[in-house]
Design a protein around this ligand. Structure first.
Ligand code: NAP
Length: 301
């Protein structure tokens, strides 16, 4: 058996078209143009690429796109001042502070300053709590992208055993809540979990968000399972790939895809799987935030 590859790019393109359609409707019927602000502190090259892609996608969808770039030496007070100014800017409906931040700035202080209505990464305690309470307004982008892939690939997931490896605020915790809300039976694993391979072999849905290249092996996968690989790891590559100045590298996931694909029914590739969904989900959140701030019902996307 060889797994069907879940084409994240195709699912992302379909979602993007739905977001573009609803954004056009919001503008023509209500005069509302969704606005996304990105805040980058410092010059980390990977963060710069992420932020640039987010702004480009927002612009391509006809959103207002605002970018604030502060030096790596910026103080916490300066970053908080920027966030508060954007909180008060009516043309901005979503604010994304690119993480990680330089050491002198406390991430919690920045998240606490962020207006939860504009928290399109859904990292504030308010949005995390609303998700836990079953009253989510904005949901973290990567878990949302995974749920859309699962829904569009499997339909209902009621009663299925799901294992989420990784318990970060950004992915693992919200992903587990969303799976639970969709009636999966959810297990969460982390670095202290005992006998991870045995747990993994019971999972109908196996989700890896660890940050370790090819950590999940083919013989961890239950035959017929759906494997979702969230990991993005840069590894040296002989020949093909991107030259980063430290030799050629390529992106791989947390799962040994070739081996896992021999056992699974569905599997996401890296790149071209979950990652393709994340930016579009950010745009979806910005659209939802814009509608909510205009007092309109949530768009059907
Ligand atoms: P993170 O905050 O570093 O969390 C990693 C999690 O993996 C932690 O909960 C950690 O456990 C767990 N872990 C580490 N080693 C483990 C092991 N040997 N066995 C079991 N669990 C282990 O990372 P993250 O932000 O969630 O991201 C995870 C990966 O997803 C990264 O590769 C990241 O680049 C990628 N990512 C991709 C997207 C996308 O758009 N595709 C978005 C976000 C993240 P402890 O809690 O016990 O330390």
């Amino acid at each position: 058996m060889s797994a069907t590859i879940i084409d994240g790019k195709a699912h992302a393109a379909a979602l993007r078209a739905r977001v573009a359609g609803e954004a056009a409707r919001l503008k023509s019927e209500h005069g509302v143009i969704p606005g996304l602000a990105t805040v980058l502190v410092g010059d980390d090259p990977a963060s710069e690429v992420y932020v640039r892609n987010k702004n480009k996608t927002a612009q391509a969808l006809g959103f207002n796109s605002v970018h604030r770039h502060l030096p790596g030496t910026a103080s916490e007070a300066e970053v908080l001042g920027e966030v508060r100014a954007l909180n008060g800017d009516k043309s901005v409906h979503g604010i994304l502070v690119q993480l990680p931040l330089p050491g002198q700035i406390r991430e919690e202080a920045v998240l606490d300053a962020l207006d939860p209505a504009k928290d399109v990464d859904a990292l504030t305690p308010t949005n995390a709590g609303l998700l836990l309470s079953g009253r989510a307004r904005l949901v973290s982008c990567t878990p949302m992208g995974v749920m859309i892939l699962l829904r569009e690939t499997l339909g209902a997931i009621t009663g299925l055993d799901a294992l989420v490896i990784g318990r970060s605020l950004l992915f693992g915790k919200p992903a587990a809540q969303l799976l639970l809300a969709a009636n999966a039976t959810v297990t969460m694993a982390h670095s202290k979990t005992r006998d991870l391979p045995a747990l993994a072999r019971r999972a109908d849905i196996l989700i890896a968000a660890i940050g370790r290249a090819h950590y999940v092996k083919g013989d961890w996968v239950k035959p017929g399972a759906t494997v979702i690989d969230v990991g993005i790891n840069r590894v040296p590559s002989g020949g093909a790939g991107t030259d980063t100045g430290e030799g050629r590298t390529r992106l791989v996931g947390d799962v040994d895809t070739d081996e896992a694909a021999k056992v699974a029914r569905f599997i996401t590739p890296v790149p071209g799987g979950v990652g393709a969904m994340t930016i579009v989900c950010l745009m979806r959140n910005t659209l939802i935030a814009a509608a909510a701030q205009a007092g309109l019902p949530a768009p059907e996307v």
